[in-house]
Write a new protein. Structure first.
Length: 129
């Protein structure tokens, strides 16, 4: 069996080219633009949910509760509300457990699963009593 010396080199080169055709190449010149746009969209959505939750608290909470509380944030479905004292926290908690949470969910159109109260002596002081 005699083969030409150049034919084996050509066969090897052809086999190598076929293998190279299956290679997965990394994307070159790929920017971070799409990732940043997705991040900004999710940030706007979360910000809108938090502002709707705050507006829902201002709308739905009774005057006595609203005057002594202030909404701080919405994190992971938990609405964080600052209250001035333990008595104010108790009053606000009674309202939330008595159906206020359902009102907040309906008005805010946000995934509020619970309300957490934080004591803060300055909460609600910027509102008239």
């Amino acid at each position: 069996m005699s083969t030409r010396p150049g034919s084996t080199d050509q066969a090897r080169a052809a086999a190598l080219e076929r293998l190279r055709g299956y290679r997965v190449r990394a994307d070159r010149g790929r920017g971070v633009g799409p990732e940043i746009e997705a991040f900004v969209r999710s940030l706007k959505r979360i910000s809108a949910q938090a502002s709707r939750a705050s507006e829902a608290w201002e709308t739905a909470a009774p005057d006595g509760v609203r005057a002594t509380t202030s909404v701080v944030d919405l994190k992971g479905g938990t609405l964080i509300v600052r209250v001035r004292s333990a008595a104010d926290r108790h009053r606000a908690d009674r309202w939330v457990r008595g159906g206020g949470l359902g009102e907040l969910r309906a008005l805010a159109r946000a995934p509020i699963t619970q309300v957490r109260f934080e004591l803060d002596g300055s909460a609600g002081t910027n509102r008239p009593r």
